[in-house]
Design a protein around this ligand. Structure first.
Ligand code: ATP
Length: 203
């Protein structure tokens, strides 16, 4: 199996930016958010099961997941989130496994935003964990740069995630993204050299 580094970090911490820097050096990227999105796009592999579980009201006209309808169902109906995750998680894991196994690169960066919350699921796939970290006000400022996301929405997303300390506790390697992009790039270069040697886990 291809050597696999799980990359995580809180909202707006710089996961995508760090992943791109690893890819520039030759790592393959596997993005669990992108996989989840593809599974719930029109004709996505999760859509038949989602329609069977929740009915046509969560299906958009083009056959993709109606995300607004699903969000309000999750909000109003206890257990809806777990039912959705029971459908999605095994499919995401299987597709991530397939992409990791098929990667043609010295190692894979597997981006899992909620790795702390789903550690048991991804453990078997991951050889090492890298955590991107910055201060919470920086997370909020960087997240609210995204079009359509206000500072308050960024704060709400941050509050719903596991705490910073929980992410730091699972890190084998830390990418300190409190400074600028040049500093992040220097750390990525250093870790890249280490990952080329396929190091064993520290824990
Ligand atoms: P999300 O959780 O929303 O997917 P993310 O963790 O993938 O976010 P990025 O998208 O990489 O984070 O970064 C969030 C924003 O912060 C982007 O606009 C990015 O360009 C910017 N950014 C990342 N690192 C830095 C840095 N060191 N200094 C300044 N801006 C940065």
């Amino acid at each position: 199996m291809t050597y696999c580094v799980g990359l995580t970090g809180g909202v707006g911490s710089g996961k995508s930016t760090a992943a791109r820097l690893f890819a520039d050096l030759g790592a393959a990227l596997v993005d669990t958010d992108a996989i989840a999105h593809a599974l719930t796009a029109a004709h996505g592999a999760a859509m038949v099961a989602i329609e069977a579980e929740f009915g046509g009201e969560v299906i958009a006209a083009d056959g993709s997941l109606n995300r607004a309808a699903m969000r309000s169902l999750v909000f109003s109906e206890g257990g809806a989130r777990q039912r959705l995750e029971q459908i999605l998680h095994p499919l995401i894991l299987r597709e991530a496994q397939r992409q990791v196994a098929g990667a043609r690169a010295p190692y894979v960066i597997l981006i899992v935003p909620l790795l702390v919350e789903n550690l048991a699921t991804y453990r078997p796939l991951i050889d090492r964990i890298a955590v991107v970290d910055c201060e919470e006000p920086q997370q909020i400022e960087r997240t609210s740069r995204r079009p359509g996301i206000s500072g308050n929405q960024a704060r709400a997303i941050l509050a719903a995630q596991s705490p910073r300390a929980a992410r730091l506790a699972i890190a084998d390697d830390l990418l300190d993204n409190r400074a600028g992009l040049a500093e992040l790039e220097a750390q990525v270069r250093r870790l890249h050299q280490i990952y080329l040697g396929h190091p064993r886990k520290k824990q």
